[in-house]
Ligand binder design. Sequence first.
Ligand code: FE2
Length: 397
Amino acid sequence: MMTIDLFPLPLPETGDAAKFTEFGREVKGLDPGALSAQEFEQVKEALYKHDVLLFRNVVLTPEQQYTLTKAFDPDSESYGHGNNKTGSDAKSILHPDLKTIPRVPQVQLIGNGTVYDHEGLAEARLKHPNHTTFHKTRVSPEDEAQGVTRFYRWHIDAALYDLSPPRVTTLYGITVPSGNRQTCRYDDGTGDELNVPLGTTAFVSGKTMFEILPAELKSLAVRSRVKYAPHPYVWMAPAHALSTGLGIESEGLELPLNELPPWEDAKIKILPVLWKNPVTQALHFQVHPCGAAELLVAPLPAGAKREGALYPDGGHIKDIKAVRDLLYKMQRPAIAPMLVYPHDWSEKDLVLFHNRGVLHTVVGAFSKDQVRAFHQCNLAASDDPVGPTTEDVEKWC
Ligand SMILES: [Fe+2]
């Protein structure tokens, strides 16, 4: 059988090559808009093995992008946050960032600046989200003028209420402005910073996030599930993020549950902390820290060593600050500069990422005249991700 050609992605100097051996591949010699069934099967397997796939010099219509995205989950239908961007979603923090392509509502136009006569949109005013409107603190305007920036918000593409997290997101760079590289500062007292291309999309591996944890946190992760807030993006809208973009400051600013749009218990998402990769069987630490509200911990399995174990008898952690502090302790190590892959966008790049295997974030800030136009597509999945097996729990406890 013919096999597709895969090449490692160029890792920046800051990256720890030993931690990226399986992460990211460029696919050459295939037209992602016209894959045969056999080619698609190989692309799919490569995506689950390598988490991020890059195709260069791609010409792709919104219809082709939708078809490609849907092929990963043929029973999926609507955009990852639902196709209806009006009504109760208007108060969501995601609302200003998304413009729907009228012909293909599952594909969103995202970017910066004003785009004219684009796929049926006469005029679209786009705004690249940046940390100054979301984080509790901000880089000073003087530093910003020198090119200092931050991670905006580490996340999984997912509604986290009612709908299931998409398996894959496709991101197609149509107009990519050139500009000076920027310095992404963590501003969390560690002194960590990362030199990044302007407007990079940064990725970290959820598999690495799990693998680098000490034994007691692995044991906790493998036994834990996250309960997300109802309508999490409306709930978190008044709150402010941490300087690393990896979660929310606990200031009590979240919208009270009785002030949210109507919601029901049955649609609240409770998802495992670790999601099982359907091809490699690896466990990926997949938590959207901003939307997390509670942690449900199962007791240690029979025969596990109790010494040093956290929550050996299980627990239900409802204190929001305790939930966030625990998650941060588990997730922060994996966004260290040496573990981040910042994609350096060229026009006509198509990036496919395993949305159930990585976390990603927007980075940087554009000026108003820097026009950027991307097409993004992901589809609410036909099922929820699968957590650790009984054997996984026994192994890691
Ligand atoms: Fe995203």
